[in-house]
Write a protein that binds this ligand. Sequence first.
Ligand code: F6R
Length: 635
Amino acid sequence: MQPFRGCSVHAIMCGIVGYIGKRQAYPVLVKGLHRLEYRGYDSAGVALINPSGRLNVYKSQGKVSDLEDTAQNQDLTGCIGIAHTRWATHGEPGYKNAHPHLSESGRLAIVHNGIIENYAALREMLIGQGRTFKSDTDTEVVVQLIEHLQEQDHLSFPQSVQKALQMVHGSYAVAVLDKQQPDTIVAARKGSPLVVGVGDDELFLGSDASPIIEYTNRVIYLEDEDMVILHMPGQDCASGRAEQAVAQIMLMTIRGERKTPQIQRVSMDVSQLEKGGYDHFMLKEICEQPQSLRSCLQSVKQTLSGTDAERIFSLLQSANRVLITACGTSWHAGLVAKYAIEQMVRVSVDVDYASELRYRQPVINNGDIVIAISQSGETADTLAAIDMAKKQGARVLSICNVIGSSIPRASDEVIYTMVGPEIGVASTKAFTAQVTVLTMLALVWGHRRNTLDDEHYTYLMQELDSLPDKIAQVLDHKEAVRQMAQTLSFASSCLYIGRSYNYPVALEGALKLKEISYIHAEGYPAAEMKHGPIALISQEMPVVTVATSSDIYDKLVSNIQEIRARQGRVMAVVNEGDTEVERLADVFVEVPRVAECLSPIVNIVPLQLLSYYVACLKGCDVDQPRNLAKSVTVE
Ligand code: F6R
């Protein structure tokens, strides 16, 4: 296996779309790319076979809208095509490395999401055969290899793709066009997701179902090492007889074993994929939390009381210890869950970043339960941590939003958060739903174990039901948050503090601010301030304090006083009717009172809004912050 060199460029996160059918492909592909732009927006490109059999490729550095500008006034005809939006890891995200990539003769085009680990050896072999390369990408190696096999071994288009994929190591979702076969797309996956959409006389490809859903709700989720031939034998773009086409799908493994396609129906409301009148997806997703939480509560209640519940609790009841693993915002939800599970269930819980867990040598024993949390269900580190934990004898319950994604499929059991697609790169409604699911799990589990009495159980379940209305009340205070944002937008650095259940909220608030407004922010447990960070306090360093009622409210008030005594500026999230912290704070926003263990679900909402308004005031790209992608399918 060849290591990567610094100059190489890999297409790892990225989104793929494909279309073959009766429509013009370009509008379908570009709309699909917009839907997948959360997966990366460093460059975008499209390949189309036009009615004369010409393979046209248009690419552009930057976003899908840049591609649309580039493609304007070009020949965009054709009812078959593939497209790509890219998040670069190694090397410049320039035009040269943008997908689709062509084979040397220009006969084949490929789009790829993944990483070809033995690309260097294959590239050397192909150069030895006289091939020249135009890009630094591992992807170009695959398309050149396919053409090499076509020419050298006289293989058909699908056979050459199949053989090439047997030769590559690594992960991929690929879609390939051959201009000599303008009625066929060949696609395959291993380690990167790929979905086939089955319409009436038309077929689609997508990295997820979002580019497909408005045309058909019938999909096939490809498994690792599946290869699919999408064929429209009646279709001949060259003669324009597309309307006589009949869609054929041939599913097999990359070793040629035939499989029967399992068509599933997905339910996704297309309006969830649109901004619906909001300026940004992030604002829409923050504001729809009352509804998303209702849907989440309804679904998790069903899961935890129906037949699934017996399986889930039989898995949990054997737990000596729980190990929670996740990344980013989902990891913060995991921290809240530690407090809840330890309090309600009295089982010891560790919380580990998946990226750390997978590479250290954790003690995992048979009987340990891993809870993996992921919005996307595709985060590479979380997936690898699950794999590692399972090999060491743990059983895995995942909490996930995207149905049918890789993490639930790798887990023994899953509870879905059911909040619909989250498109803004900064996670918001997924966090409140993850904490809701995990808290309800802790309540039901504790009640079953008799570590939580009837009275508390009933009270907290009722409190959970009241959360959507309480979040709606927080959303009525947007103006107060907007005023806070005015002050914060001038800061170059700030601290977020909280205690107990609201320490993870401080971490999450800080993450939200830094990722979309590029202001440095750190979250701290408030009492840790005097062990170092208090040295930073000055007029220039605002401190955002989560100071709602709790068992240690008085102690938190003392922490705030210590900041005030050093001329620190305090912005506070307080409960309605609070007098103490309101008196100490420079600015504050009020939230409704709720049981402490549920307060993170309410308290995070003003902090989400705060980061949103600061980013807007600073003119930042809220939904597509620089350097980020929503689905982190690279470690
Ligand atoms: C931050 C954010 C990320 C994700 C992280 C894990 O707003 O969205 O930190 O939480 O990349 O992603 P999932 O939950 O999809 O595994």
